[in-house]
Design a protein around this ligand. Structure first.
Ligand code: NOJ
Length: 718
């Protein structure tokens, strides 16, 4: 995609001095009032290539930032284009992660929707709002595969599965960048954090990782490849190390794998102060050494570190950094600026925004994301003529369910769960404490008077996101006590969970008759949850991550290889659990979620179950079809999932691997035939060397409603 801008970029490059080139590699944060003039001087001298738009600085996603001042960015852009030596425009980047002013679900919630069209459309709205406020570039999609919900940043990622990650990557990049990223209502996307950040040991943010190349290629890279195939113009290097090599200083991970092997032709930016971090990681003594390591590794732009601007010139002069390395970095940055159209029109041109339409889309996204985990005796949807006792810390909260990394949200912009409930049933049927701070002790008499108890449980978004790892993936002890007490009255109890991360459900789910996992789903979390609770919307989200019984069962994920002995019992394949002190299988598996209806699957049928390897290499595909019948009382969406298992291969392969999904609306009583095509790219895998291989032999194909499905057939590659 960027190749067509190469000639123009080289032409500009040929007129630049070394100092001006290094200026392009320098991203600085928005200055505060006191140093604005000094900052403008730097721009005038050509010492700045990009601005990290932060108003209050160092938000790390857990604070609302200030308002963006378009006039300031226009002025800076005018200085860059009219007064700096080569008139090169600046790129303005910001963390627009799951919404700008209109806040959509957290990315993990988006993943639970299994609705890629909706995700793409949502990100197109998000881009439009942010582009109206001078943002050219968002630091999204975040594509860190994660097996440990203790990690606070699991909320920003697509979950545990490489295929879901790849689909999310494609949808977000296409939504953000569109077909023509130079359009005024589009932004540049940034696939982050390259790579392995989600594998931090123990879920501790910024911690070390160990990732074998076999796993790197098969699990961690697919989402990045998909983002790049979809046209992602930038990539952010991650803070973590892999096997003792900090990624930001690693030529192996950045230059050799990302740029040379995968063929990424955009530019790589470091994460915030990630270059100087190399001293802390013990691979460099000075910031000068850090700069040398990072630029030689292939990190093209320095995020606010000040390292490149301070040391690259002398590093080139001393011969420690070759000028060709600098030229390549500048060329990449110029190509991206050209692709964004900044050389033709560098200024923000606000377009009309239909805020009501965006609100409706955010509501739809929230409805699509929520997952019904339990519904004993079809308790849900709830009848509207009953009395409900409402308890729990999230009954009156407004902001807690919005989600971390929503720095441009309007504070208190969300509706409380209570307010949303009043639109479904009259207030006199809703028994609740008037104030949020007295939810626990005083109001059990409500439970006595009510027919049904609804508990609003979960975690505030401020306990998720960057630097927000937790040891207990659960609800608080207060909430557990609340569940038990509510249970003791013998009434039906519904738990609505407003969580950013999956939690360990053991000891919690048993005491609830119905469970709706609502995530942190943006401004419309409460409305969407109420729509589902009262049957205006039929739930259709599916888990993009495993829900374990106990936190101590982590890591627990579906696409594990078989040891041949009882290890984690994910599929109930062994009569005893691996842990002598309890069942180690998941509480709710990957891909799981209930509906208000039931679906019946036929056995999968393969059109031609035997193809030769040569035919497959030449592009022939196996077509697999299944009939899905809605045998319940509601029109509803089903996410039909196709998994494969290669029973005998050179390398051990996962017990199941997702290779496709299709979210289809099926009317009550109706049957739909759902088909998938599996070809060369789907049935093989990467060897540890990074070579892709498809082997001869049998492959089991499973098609069903979640990762535990046993509905299978077989194909043979001859
Ligand atoms: C650090 C975070 O890791 C990254 O995701 C974010 O984009 C940058 N800071 C900029 O805020």
């Amino acid at each position: 995609m960027l190749k067509k801008f190469e000639k123009r970029a080289l032409d500009i490059l040929s007129k630049m001095t070394l100092k001006e080139k290094i200026g392009q590699l320098n991203q600085l944060s928005t200055p505060d009032k006191h140093n604005a003039e000094e900052f403008k001087e730097k721009v005038r001298r050509g010492e700045v290539g990009s601005i990290l738009m932060s108003v209050s600085r160092g938000t790390a996603g857990n604070k609302a930032d200030g308002t963006i001042d378009n006039a300031f960015y226009d002025e800076i852009q005018r200085i860059a284009t009219e007064e700096s030596p080569n008139g090169i425009p600046l790129i303005f980047g910001r963390d627009v992660i799951h919404g700008h002013h209109t806040v959509f679900p957290i990315p993990l919630g988006f993943a639970a929707s299994f609705n890629t069209e909706m995700i793409k459309d949502s990100y197109s709205c998000i881009a439009k709002e942010a582009a109206n406020e001078s943002v050219h570039w968002t630091f999204a999609p975040m594509l860190d595969l994660c097996h440990d919900p203790r990690w606070g940043r699991i909320i920003e990622c697509p979950g545990e599965d490489p295929y879901v990650g790849a689909k999310m990557a494609e949808a977000i990049v296409k939504g953000v960048q569109g077909d023509d990223v130079s359009a005024k209502d589009k932004m540049l996307a940034c696939a982050k954090h390259y790579i392995g950040y989600g594998a931090s040991e123990g879920g501790r943010d910024y911690h070390r990782t160990e990732i074998a190349d076999y796993s790197l290629y098969n699990n961690y890279l697919p989402a990045f490849r998909a983002a790049i195939d979809a046209g992602a113009t930038t990539v952010m290097s991650s803070f973590n190390d892999i096997n003792g090599q900090p990624v930001t200083g690693s030529k192996y991970y950045i230059k050799d794998i990302l740029k040379d092997r995968i063929g990424f032709d955009g530019f790589v930016i470091s994460d915030y102060w990630g270059i100087r971090l190399l001293t802390g990681q013990g691979v460099a003594e000075t910031e000068r050494d850090c700069s040398s390591l990072a630029i030689n590794a292939g990190v093209d732009m320095d995020m606010d570190d000040g390292c490149y601007i301070n040391y690259l010139e002398s590093l080139v002069e001393s011969g420690e950094v070759d000028i060709s390395v600098i030229d390549d970095a500048v060329k990449r940055i110029l190509m991206v600026k050209l692709a964004k159209g900044l050389f033709d029109d560098p200024y923000c041109k606000p377009t009309d925004i239909n805020w009501e339409e965006h609100k409706q889309k955010a509501l739809y996204a929230a409805q699509e994301s929520m997952v019904l985990l339990k519904n004993n005796d079809n308790l849900l949807p709830l009848p509207r003529d009953k009395k409900f006792a409402l308890l729990g810390p999230f009954v009156h909260e407004k902001d807690a369910q919005i989600g971390a990394w929503s720095i441009d949200r309007t504070p208190n912009g969300a509706e409380s769960f209570y307010d949303a409930l009043t639109k479904k049933v009259p207030k006199n049927q809703l028994l609740t404490a008037p104030r949020p701070d007295i939810q626990y002790d005083f109001h059990y008499w409500f439970v006595d008077m009510a027919d049904i108890v609804i508990l609003a449980l979960g975690e505030p978004w401020s306990t998720t996101g960057e630097s927000q790892s937790v040891a207990m993936i659960s609800v608080t002890e207060d909430q557990k006590a609340l569940i038990r007490k509510a249970r003791s009255y013998g009434k039906k109890v519904v738990g609505v969970f407003f969580n950013g991360r999956p939690i360990a459900m053991g000891g919690i789910a048993e005491d609830l008759d119905a469970i709706l996992y609502a995530w942190h789903s943006g401004y419309d979390t409460a409305t969407a949850a109420c729509d589902i609770l009262f049957g205006d919307v039929v739930p259709s989200g599916r888990l993009p991550v495993t829900m374990p019984r106990l936190a101590s069962h982590i890591p627990l994920y579906y696409n594990v290889t078989s040891s041949g002995r009882p290890v984690n019992n994910y599929y109930g394949q062994h009569s005893n659990a691996c842990y002598g002190d309890g069942v180690g299988s998941p509480y709710y598996p990957f891909g799981y979620g209930l509906s208000y209806t039931k679906f019946e699957y036929s056995a999968p049928v393969v059109e031609a179950d035997n193809l030769s390897l040569d035919e497959i290499k030449a592009g022939k595909k196996f077509k697999v079809s299944v009939d899905v019948k809605n045998i319940g009382e509601y029109d509803a969406k089903e996410t039909v999932q196709i998994y494969i298992h290669d029973p005998v291969a050179v390398m051990m392969r996962p017990i199941k691997e997702l290779k496709g999904f299709d979210k289809v609306l099926i009317g009550k009583g109706e049957t739909k035939t759902v088909s998938f095509e599996l070809g060369y790219k789907d049935i093989g895998y990467y060897m540890p060397s990074g070579e892709y291989t498809v082997e001869k032999g049998k492959i089991e194909i499973y098609v069903g409603e979640n990762s535990l499905t046993e509905n299978k057939t077989m194909i043979t590659v001859g």
